[in-house]
Write a protein that binds this ligand. Structure first.
Ligand code: NDP
Length: 486
């Protein structure tokens, strides 16, 4: 079988596809079959250098363009992405294994949203005027940082690339982006589309490779900022490397987020929330609410309705529109998840549904639900990054809040209740960057997104992102002659 997935070349540098056969080979595996669907090369150090050089050369002229012009290019790229949504979604499905029913609505479309949103505000990025005594004043300039590096995880390759590129470029920065070595295909399309939309050569570059390529990018003196989406251990390493060069850093890391369901909640809505918080993208979502705290009064009703609703899940070929659960991204990730499921059982949690590998090609697993989970169990403490829901019982609001916060992570949290004061009290007390009331896992580009505690530093999306992709210069202007003591 042949696949329409072999890119023109492995990398995209200075406005064109580039390859270098000297780089180690990078096979691309389709998670639904395990078949190799493309062959790329990792970037050699010389190629990484070339990409950084291109970004460095392109940056002053890009920053000197008006925000209106930069914004127009980004918005044009958004239109191209929307027009090609189908093909880009198919490619995202090949890259990740996520069902087409998801990728058609969540990936190129959310990338287009980011390009459109930041394209729209590029022209209004501005400083301020501060009046001082005697006519003196200060004005501030909001300036680009320079060359920025984006490093992506494998669960949302198109979205992650665009969530970083769109605000970075809007602010006048240029970028070298390294996708996860597991999903190298989609960011190349973003680069191609940005060129087509009018971005000058070198403004957005893509280099492939594993962590070593990422480390070279992070350590380079030409780089002003790093934005990483990845796990906490990688984040800690990359943040430390950025600190060594006093570089700006945004870290979008992992989580073990709580979803608290009170007994007055709309049960059907809460079950939907728990499904979205655990099984979307086969559970490979950083903000997933994997610790589902259910108030004792509705525990059995919740579990039985959840089990019924799970019967409606369609696991299978991700290219079929009726499929709602695709494979895991890789054999390795599948094995990690199976290991956690085994651990959950050994430590005494009750597996009420799923958890088995499917007997077919590809990396398929049934979504798993554990009940009677306690806070000390491994499955309640560690990020699994797969379709494994842990249901924990609780009695009081105070207890739920304390236990929800008893984690080093702080990415997201959700509350389901009909009591509006309790809902707001809970989210005010929860230590997390993104909170949801009576819904879960919506990430519109208009809303700032990012983690507290070990889940990250900085924010993506919304106006908040501008502060993380630019810096302020203060200019003091004197209106009277300068005086000195002697
Ligand atoms: P990893 O942390 O393994 O990798 C993230 C990226 O960093 C990859 O491109 C990786 O390269 C690269 N990398 C690894 N080591 C280094 C290094 N020393 N220097 C520079 N770059 C390096 O994460 P995964 O790809 O496994 O993604 C899953 C994780 O991402 C989960 O923890 C998830 O929660 C988190 N995530 C967070 C999101 C958020 O917005 N908060 C969103 C999505 C995912 P390579 O893998 O190619 O070797």
């Amino acid at each position: 079988m042949s696949y329409p997935t072999q890119p023109t070349a492995s990398h995209y540098i200075d406005g064109a596809y580039v390859d270098d056969a000297a780089g180690a080979s990078l096979p691309v595996i389709y998670p639904a079959t395990g078949a190799e669907i493309a062959q790329l090369h990792q970037a050699t150090p010389a190629l990484v250098d070339r990409a950084l050089d291109a970004a460095h050369r392109a940056q002053p002229a890009w920053a000197a363009m008006s925000g209106t012009e930069r914004g127009r290019i980004l918005r044009r790229a958004a239109d191209i992405m929307r027009a090609r949504n189908h093909d880009l979604s198919v490619l995202e499905t090949y890259d990740t294994g996520k069902p087409l029913s998801e990728t058609l609505v969540a990936d190129a479309t959310s990338a287009a949203d980011a390009l459109e949103y930041f394209g729209g505000i590029a022209a209004s990025i501005a400083g301020e005027h501060i009046q001082l005594p005697e006519g003196d004043f200060v004005y501030t300039r909001r300036e680009a940082l320079g060359v920025c590096v984006g490093i992506g995880a494998w669960n949302y390759p198109t979205q992650i690339a665009a969530w970083k590129a769109a605000p970075a470029l809007a602010c006048g920065n240029t970028m070298v982006f390294k996708p996860s070595e597991m999903t190298p295909l989609c960011a190349l399309k973003l680069a191609e589309i940005l060129t087509e939309a009018g971005a000058p050569a070198g403004v957005f570059n893509v280099v492939q490779g594993a962590g070593t390529v990422g480390a070279q990018l992070v350590g380079d003196a030409r780089v002003a900022k790093i934005s990483l989406t990845g796990s906490v251990p990688t984040g800690a390493r990359v943040y430390a490397a950025a600190a060594a060069g006093l570089k700006h850093a945004t870290m979008e890391l992992g989580g073990k987020s709580p979803l608290v369901i009170f007994d007055d909640a709309d049960l059907e809505s809460a079950v939907s929330g728990a499904i979205n918080a655990n099984f979307y993208s086969t559970g490979q979502v950083c903000s997933n609410g994997t610790r589902v705290f259910v108030q004792e009064g509705i525990k059995e009703a919740f579990l039985s309705r959840l089990a019924e609703r799970l019967q409606g899940a369609v696991i299978g070929d991700p290219m079929q529109m009726e499929t709602t659960i695709g494979p895991m991204v890789s054999e390795r990730q599948l094995e990690i998840v199976l290991g956690y499921i085994e651990k959950g059982q050994t430590e005494g949690a009750r597996l009420v549904a799923g958890g088995n590998r499917l007997n077919r090609d590809g990396f398929y697993i049934e979504p798993a639900i554990f009940a009677d989970v306690t806070d000390d169990m491994t499955i309640a403490r560690e990020e699994i990054f797969g379709p494994v829901m842990s249901v924990l019982d609780f009695e009081t609001e105070e207890e739920a809040l304390t236990r929800a916060n008893a984690t080093d992570f702080g990415l997201a949290a959700g509350v389901f209740t009909r009591d509006i004061t309790r809902a707001h009290r809970m989210v005010a007390g929860i230590e997390a960057g993104s909170c949801y009331i009576n819904t879960y896992n919506l990430t519109p580009v208009e809303a700032p997104f990012g983690g507290s505690k070990m889940s990250g530093v900085g924010r993506e999306n919304g106006h908040a992102a501008i502060a993380h992709w630019s810096e302020v210069k203060s200019v003091y202007v004197a209106m009277t002659p300068c005086e000195a003591p002697f």
